[in-house]
Write a protein that binds this ligand. Sequence first.
Ligand SMILES: O=C(O)CCC(=O)C(=O)O
Ligand SMILES: [Fe+2]
Length: 529
Amino acid sequence: MILKISLIMLCMVFGNCDVHTSIQQLKLLYNGEGELLAALQMFLRETDARNIADLQELNVELKTVHHQGYGQPDFMLNPINQFRAIRRFKRTWEGIVERLEVIHDGAAKEFLKIAERLRELSIWPDEDDITGASVSIERLRNVYNIMIYNLINGQIYNFKTSPMAIDEVYEIAEQLYNEEDYYGASSWLEVLIKMLDRTHQDQRAVLEKSLKLLSSCHYREGSLKSSVDYMEQLNDLVPNDKSIYATLKKYKSTLQNSEAKADKIVRPSDPLNKFRDTYEALCRRNIKTPRELSKLYCYLKKTPIPFLPAKKEIANLHPKISLFHDVIFDGEIEQIKALALPSLQRSKTFAGQKGDKRRISQTAWLTNIMDKIVKKISERVEQVTGLSTWQCWDLPEQQRPSCSTAHCEDLQVLSYGIGGNYDVHHDALRGNDVTAFNLHSGDRMATWMFYLTDVIAGGATVFPIPRARVPAIKGAAAFWFNLHRNGDEDSRTYHAGCPVLLGEKWVANKWIRETGHEFSRKCSTDPSR
Ligand SMILES: O=C(O)CCC(=O)C(=O)O
Ligand SMILES: [Fe+2]
């Protein structure tokens, strides 16, 4: 109930809720579908069956797919199930709403009321959500090297869900094509085409669309011979179609007049992520050598609280990246999540701002005065790191407006949805448009990041330059410095949040600023320190 009210408030204020980026909204969507099904059932029971035979059939189909998730709390944590649910709303439920709007009698009205409520909650997916979900599945495929055949069969590692329908597979390819990802689209289409049975009428129609799209992918990528081959296959399949014949002629003539030799679509490089290969390898597994691993260690670090040392694990030596275990407890995590939930919003980046595909998550900022727990865990960061977490909130209220030099930022809570990730970036603010940030406190000297969930698969934090990998472990926190002691940015701490493959990921960042640490982290002219 609290969750629903929070989301209503959030979506009323911000409009489109980017359902595909939020696990919470996707879970609500699944429950909403249950309500729609019950209302549709009621309508069908009360209505003359002769006029609505197709709706009866749809109802059975929808019930079957929906019921697969019954009693399975992890069902909506699977990207395939998430994509499907989003698509069902846009492609099937929307059509049913239109039909019932025409009828608009007693039971139809009840159904429409539920649909209206879901729209008011802004959790009813739109076209952008289908695009976002398709792009996320493709990202997961690339980062985790998953075979398309396995995804189509509903298999992600050893987690299985029901196989995808042909239309769903085609939709992913078409969405990628519209996003100009011809490598992604062609990869899906090649697999799909092999699976289709041309003697089956419905499948034959998908085969025709797929050949046309695949041929166009190759044409656009300059892989002209293949573009002609696929168009020829389509022309053989549909011999008397003038438009197909005309396209074939056009492709053939482009091929004849071209010197291009490429006959394969290769995955394009990412100009914004020169670390892509190492980043992806690290997302999949640890890539340090056994010798490098043997140098890592852990110990109990003293804190100001007697008999309460911190469990410190060194995840990387140079630069030092630490993982502190058991620094936030389950009850505290639940309180932090509950406080963040009402104000979660699609995350922004400095480069792309809101809606950037490089950062798929939702963000909320919590201040120390919102609740005792926020201050308490802020103090814990100070106890473990020895760095100050003093903020203007610590002053009497009337002095706060003139205070501008806090030693750290408020707590930033992040929740990742389907394929949620944060591409390689640096936390230091210099070089970015920092007008929104108070630089009186200096730059982000250090990052402390609490992991508020375990992640079933994926979601590690990785540092491509030192080839370090920190797994998301509930209750633990990663810690590193973003700046050298001479104040320069330490580029070795470029890092990324790997896409969540299965499950959900919540983290909370506490960024420690330079101000207030003149003695606790003494400066040095030696840039290597
Ligand atoms: O989620 C992660 O693992 C990394 C998040 C991050 O780097 C950030 O929020 O700045
Ligand atoms: Fe970061």
